[in-house]
Design a binder for this molecule. Structure first.
Ligand code: TXA
Ligand code: MG
Length: 398
């Protein structure tokens, strides 16, 4: 689905120091008027940049799919600014959903809820009887939603098959000429997309896509087991990045260990039909070069990466590494390109840097890249999930 560059894309800059100033008010007034008129505007959220359109307007929503080159059977997340906006298009909210909203909204949590028939464009839900909803924790996003008066359908603002954008310049690279505007609010915060969750009849929940809110945080609030969709059940449901082969699910299947999920997590999956992936068949983001992940103790990782780099250089590859700050010194002479994930003591930093680093490898033309893996604790689960998919499941455990 190749779309033409037929739109003129306006770029507004609002810097964080002036989020509350006139600069923001003027931008919000212009950008929200475009959205209310069925146009497409990208904006920052606390996870990644989103590409917004009025979720009730089928023409507008069709524009999102066209601009992104997104398959039409991949549903979109609807963004709201106030809890009261939900009832217009959601049929029922369970007690467990209420608890999660109270604890994590605004924030990087998306809830899959029963949709009120006819309230949204059917293109948003791709024909499902549920709708994914979240309230972003970003002043620009919240102001825009409120001023537009629309529930905003907003997938990540990348062309399908590219990493999600964490900077306005990433959106510009992918979508200039295909959308009507981009609000530049500086770097997005978390760096990986929201956690997508569906609660169940037992007051527990299933994580359909790991993200900024961890399994442990969810189960603490619910006081019930929270499971992770296993590889067998289809694992990640993000069709833009969904794994094409089971090898790519290694990271996820390991997350299914009952020790991490609570002892009866298997029962929850067994008694509840696990939510289906709408788009398992689509290929995930893969850099143009080959990415591999090395996971293990520091010494083993260093040795493995060193050996693989030497072999790659001997083959004539342009090589890259993506490693934690503390280990960059090991690779001063080795690779052509060395990028940092930040400190190994701060996985939030790694999440924030991951997608930009993957884009940088592409720009610099590396043909063989090695990334250091991390623990799957907290946000590490989302990092390993996205990284292993970018690597097509090539994980070396040493
Ligand atoms: O952090 C985020 O969630 C970002 C920002 C922009 O809000 N948005 C985002 O949207 O990542 P997108 O479209 O790239 O990913 C939406 C995910 C996909 O995995 C999609 O399959 C899933 O949500 N999804 C949407 N509606 C669903 C539904 N009714 N049931 C199950 N999964 C759904
Ligand atoms: Mg996406």
């Amino acid at each position: 689905m190749e779309s033409k560059k037929t739109r003129s894309t306006k770029l507004w800059a609002v810097q964080s120091s002036s989020f509350t100033g006139n600069n923001l008010a003027g931008t919000v007034a212009e950008a929200s008027a475009l959205l209310a008129n069925g146009k497409l505007v990208a904006f920052p959220t606390e996870t990644v940049y989103g590409l917004g359109a009025d979720a009730r307007n089928t023409g507008a929503v069709a524009g999102i799919f066209e601009a992104k080159g997104r398959p039409s059977d991949n549903p979109l997340i609807v963004h709201i600014a106030n809890r009261s906006e939900l009832d217009a298009f959601v049929a029922k909210v369970s007690e467990a959903d209420e608890k999660l909203m109270a604890a994590f909204w605004p924030g990087p949590l998306t809830l899959v809820l029963p949709v009120r028939p006819g309230a949204l464009s059917p293109k948003v839900t791709a024909g499902l009887d549920t709708v994914a909803v979240r309230m972003p924790d970003h002043p620009v996003a919240l102001e825009l939603i409120q001023a537009s008066g629309c529930p905003l359908a907003a997938p990540s603002a990348n062309r399908s098959g590219r990493p999600s954008p964490t900077l306005a310049s990433h959106v510009w690279e992918d979508l200039n000429g295909r959308i009507d505007g981009i609000v530049d609010g500086g770097p997005a915060g978390v760096g990986v997309e929201s956690t997508v969750v569906r609660t169940n009849a037992h007051s527990g929940a299933t994580v359909l896509r790991p993200g900024g809110i961890s399994v442990a945080e969810l189960s603490q609030v619910l006081g019930a087991p929270v499971s992770q969709v296993s590889a067998d059940h289809g694992a990640d449901i993000d069709p833009e990045t969904a794994a094409g082969d089971s090898a790519a699910l290694i990271g996820l299947s390991r997350m299914d260990r009952s020790s991490e999920l609570g002892d009866d997590s298997k029962e929850v999956i067994a008694t509840d039909e696990a939510p289906r992936s709408p788009g398992m068949k689509y290929t995930h983001y893969a850099p143009s070069g080959q990415l591999e992940i090395v996971l293990g103790s520091e010494q083993h990782v260093e040795k493995e990466i060193g050996e693989r780099l030497a072999a790659a250089r001997a083959r004539g590859e342009k090589t890259g590494v993506l490693v934690f700050d503390e280990h960059l010194a090991h690779y001063e002479k080795g690779p052509d390109v060395a990028l940092s994930l930040g400190s190994k003591h701060d996985l939030r930093e790694a999440a924030a840097r991951l997608y930009a680093a993957l884009r940088q490898f592409d720009e610099l033309g590396t043909t063989y890249m090695l990334a250091e893996g991390c623990s799957e604790e907290g946000i590490g689960l989302a990092i390993m999930n996205r990284m292993s998919k970018a690597a097509g499941g090539r994980i070396h455990r040493v």
